[in-house]
Write a protein that binds this ligand. Structure first.
Ligand code: SAH
Length: 222
């Protein structure tokens, strides 16, 4: 997919800066070429406040207002890689926690259709404008509490949760297609961990990927 719009050559936000980011992600172990290509294609600086644009390609989470953060590039790449590993093209993916929209824009380049839900309407509307500006047309957004998933479009080949849950939300497991995967951070005794749960014919298989550091999954909508 080609991301449209004029986002080139804006100093720190130029293509060259993005190339450095890709190099860094490779050195940290990201191998999936489609994932690297999606990150290379996506201007992260338009997903943060203008005042932070010059820091958009650093390996750091940044504030996006309302007490929320855009995840650091490595985390986005790692979660996306864990989601799509071994799949060619995912048909339908659900993201919980649209936030800035950055992770969603990456997913939109790797799946035919992406649904994303966000509980804070102001963030959702900002993300909607960004997707329009980038010409991303395969994203459906919903202002909703993602704790219940998005049953109306289930099942999904992939579900990615970008806020940390207290426990594994059973309803999300039920919205996975057979062969589908759920990637999510959950709280544990050792702090947060990133899990991958795969649904197969006979049930679910759980893997622990690595330590995580996300804002909490919160109930209700504002
Ligand atoms: N994927 C985002 C990360 C944003 S941080 C990005 O790329 O920028 C996590 C987001 O999850 C926040 O915007 C927060 O408001 C949202 N969130 C937290 N609990 C939620 C819930 N129950 N339902 C939907 N969104 C939720």
């Amino acid at each position: 997919m080609i991301i449209s719009g004029d986002h080139q050559g804006i100093g720190m936000t130029s293509q060259r800066t993005r190339e450095r980011l890709i190099k860094r992600l490779r050195s940290k172990g990201i191998r999936n070429l489609a994932v690297l290509e999606a990150l290379r294609n996506t201007p992260r600086h338009i997903f943060v406040d203008e005042a932070l644009a010059s820091r958009a390609y650093e390996e750091t989470a940044l504030p996006i207002g309302h007490g929320q953060t855009i995840s650091q590039p490595y985390t986005v790449a790692r979660m996306t890689e864990a989601l799509i590993e071994g799949h060619n093209k995912l048909e339908s993916v659900l993201e919980i926690g649209t936030g800035s929209g950055y992770q969603c824009a990456i997913l939109a380049q790797l799946a035919r259709r992406v649904h994303s839900v966000e509980r804070i309407s102001a963030l959702l509307e900002q993300a909607r404008l960004r997707f329009r500006e980038l010409g991303l047309r395969n994203i459906r957004l919903k202002h909703s509490d993602g704790g219940i998933g998005l049953p109306e479009y289930a099942p999904y080949d992939g579900i990615l949760v970008t806020a940390a849950a207290e426990a594994l939300p059973q309803c999300l497991l039920q919205q996975l297609a057979v062969g589908g995967r759920l990637i999510l951070p959950v709280k544990s005794d050792q702090g947060q961990v990133m899990l991958r749960i795969t649904r197969n014919e006979d049930g679910f298989q759980q893997q622990t990927l690595e330590a995580a550091n996300f804002v909490p999954l919160v109930g209700g909508m504002i």
